[in-house]
Each structure stands twice: as C-alpha cells, then as structure tokens.
Design a protein around this ligand. Sequence first.
Ligand SMILES: *Cc1c(COP(=O)(O)O)cnc(C)c1O
Length: 460
Amino acid sequence: MAEIKMPMEPFRIKVVEPTHKTSREEREEILRKAGLNVFNIPAEKVTIDLLTDSGTSAMSDNQWAGMMLGDESYAGSKNFFHLENSIKGIFGFSHVIPTHQGRAAERILFEALVKEGYYVPNNIHFDTTRANVEVRGAHAVNLAVDEVYDPLSDHPFKGNIDTEKLEKFIQENGKEKISLVMMTITNNSGGGQPVSLENIKKVSGICRNYGIPFYFDACRFAENSYFIKKREKGFAEKSILDIARETFSFADGATMSAKKDALVNIGGFVTLNDDELAGKLKKLLIISEGFPTYGGLAGRDLEAISRGLEEILEEDFLEHRIAQVHYLGKLLDDAGVPIYKPVGGHAVYILADKFLLHISRDQYPGWALTVALFRESGVRTVEIGGVMFAKKDEKGEGEIFPELELVRLAIPRRVYTASHIHYVADALKKLFKNREKIKGLKIVSQALPLRHFTVRMEEI
Ligand SMILES: *Cc1c(COP(=O)(O)O)cnc(C)c1O
C-alpha cells in the first residue's frame, strides 16, 4: 500500500474516560461466561471497543455546551429550528423530520412509500433498511458493482450502483413496481466503500427518466464527500459542504442515522421535498416517535445533532478520520495480515478465512478471530460472515455461507488516538504470527433470526 501520513489529532482532550485493562486469566473467564460471543461481554471489560462506529463518537465541547441550551418544549423547540436550518443548509430539501435513530426514519418513509410485493433497489442494503423493506412484504435488492465483492480490486468507488443492472432490473420488473431506489453512502455493508458523484448523477438520471423516487441512506455522507474530493476528477478544490450539497441535489430526499456522521450518541432524521409525502410521514411520526418538532429526541439531542453536522464538514477532521482508519489498514497490510482493499471510510475489514486458512468456513473463522483477538488483547470487534449471514441450504441441513468472511474493526469518531491504533495492530500482528494455534468453533446454542446476538460457541 502507498505511504500513508498520519496527521496529528486535530483536537486536544478535555475530558477523559479510563480504559479498562484485564489480565489474560480474566479474559478467559469473561469469554467463558459470554459463551465465546463478544456481544455478551460487558463493555466495562473491553479495553478497546471496535464493535461499531454507531453512536460511539466523542462529542465536542461545543456540542456539550449546546446540550445545556436544550429547549425541552413539547412543540416548537428552538433546537428544532436550529437543526432544521443545519440540515437544510447541507441537504437542501424542504422538510426535516427528526427521529430517534436511523431505522425509525426508514420505517416511516417505507411505511408511506413501499407496498407489498414491490421492490427497493440499493447498492447494498444495510440490515435495518433491508428489514424495514421486508417487513412490508417487499423485496430489498442489492445492485452494487461486482467489484465490491472482490476484496482485492482497487476500484476507487466500489460503493457504486451498477447502472446497467439497475436499468435492466427496472425494465424486467416494471417501473411501477419499484417503490424507490436507495443509495447508501458510504456503503456500510460493502466495506464502507464510497460512491462517486458521476455514479450518483447517472443513477439519479435513470430514476428521473422512469419517474422513480431516489433517496440516500446518508449516514456517512461527509466521509463519502471526502472520498469524492480526494479521488474524483474535478473536486479537489471544492469544499466538503459543496460536494455534499451537489450530492443531495440529485435526490428526492434522504434518511440518516445521526449516530454516524452527525457525531452524536443518538438520533436520526428524514429530509425530503415532497409536501404530500412529508405530511404522511409526520402523521406516522406522531404515532410512535413524537411531535414533528422533536421526533422521539430531547431538545438537547437536536442541538447536539445540529452542531455535529456542522463539525463533520471540517476538512481537518475528515482528513484525520479517514487517515486514522487507513493507517490501521496499512499497519496490518505491511505485516501481511489479509485485509479488504481499498480500506473504506469507517472501518478496516480483515479477510478472516484468509487469516485462518486452517479453519474451514463451517468452523466460523471470522468468529474464531474475534474470540482470539479479545483473549489476546481485550479488543472487541465484530464478525461479518458465516455466523451473521449464513442461510440454510435447500435440504435444511447444511449452511450456505456469504461470499466474504470478514472481521470488522470499526473506528469510533474522535475516541481513540494513534497509540490505541498501534495497540490494536500489534495485537493482531502477534495473533497472525501464531495463527495456527487459533481453534475453530462449533455452535452450542442459537436463536434465529439474527443469531449472532445470542449464539453460544465452543472451541473444537
Ligand atoms: C446505522 C445505519 C442505519 C440504521 O441507523 P440506526 O441509527 O442504527 O437505527 C441505516 N443505514 C446505515 C447505512 C447505517 O450504517
């Protein structure tokens, strides 16, 4: 991999939270009690937590100051108007509807737009997006470019939708059977890979041509804009805000989990242009989330989101953010640890089946690696592979495994420093040297669906 400069943290630390060290014996005991499932480990026993970048950001002094300015009025809180202003300034849509997190935004949008038997194409659906489509009896369809499934292809925008596949899909199924097209930026379920503005324009053009609504799943829009600035011709001189505005100018609306690029611990929203649809969404919002000027959040949360959305656009921050993730990728790659390339925006993904060549897929190498890494170092990661996504084969006896067997190291925003990153890399390098000692696993008990949350395992 090319030289990666690690810029210094563009912040200094005002409040600290101690990390927790444990001994190897303690970690053995913790794993035993947890049934070798890192989801069952109390967070206090985790030294460095790379389980997710969702809701785990550190807020700034400016955001915390905003929390004290929470206006907790039931209707018309000033923080709502501030949030509305921030979102309109970036996204440019006329309606802003806050929700308690991203999946609530998806639920109300799909409840209004998606009907049984209809289709919702996306590059790759995130789990909650897929679930919210399928719960309506509709079909969630992935139409990403093939390169995303090749962990070594160096395509700069592996998050792109394959426009030929999209065009063909619309013609085969009929434009009237497609509720909306979504596009996830960056593509979380596909390695955190970005989408190019050229692709956004093309997909938007196809949707407009057929009269199909086009929405973004915009959780990591700022990281995506940064990749466009760095990798796409003609954007080097543009600001992140300009690129984000141009991105959203091609769509009819967006859903967003504020737990990602809004740098907060809870929150989400839908934003859109269609007046009639916005009216429907507000009715659905009132039933389960709350009045349209708070949508299931406190006034202080709305303020923190609006300030976070302004901070995420700072290029110094994004430069450090992406470099930190890529730096971890480079440390691992240089040591020969097999990783998904190019490294995406919010996480490094280890190719666990290549890391543990001696463990067959039916002994869950990805899961085994998450267990071994915690035992070695107290670092928590997540398997995105056979345990999370296996399907039953036709006879219902064996399992069909997903194409990629990954372990994700998701990096929370503004939480860890370069020395934490080194600690993680060193632990993985040591494991890689002694990888033959890592054992395969068998399932002792599981509850379907989403078995990864509850499964208990044993070493073979
Ligand atoms: C996190 C996430 C969601 C869901 O958001 P929640 O706030 O967790 O409900 C949807 N789409 C993508 C791409 C995400 O990363």
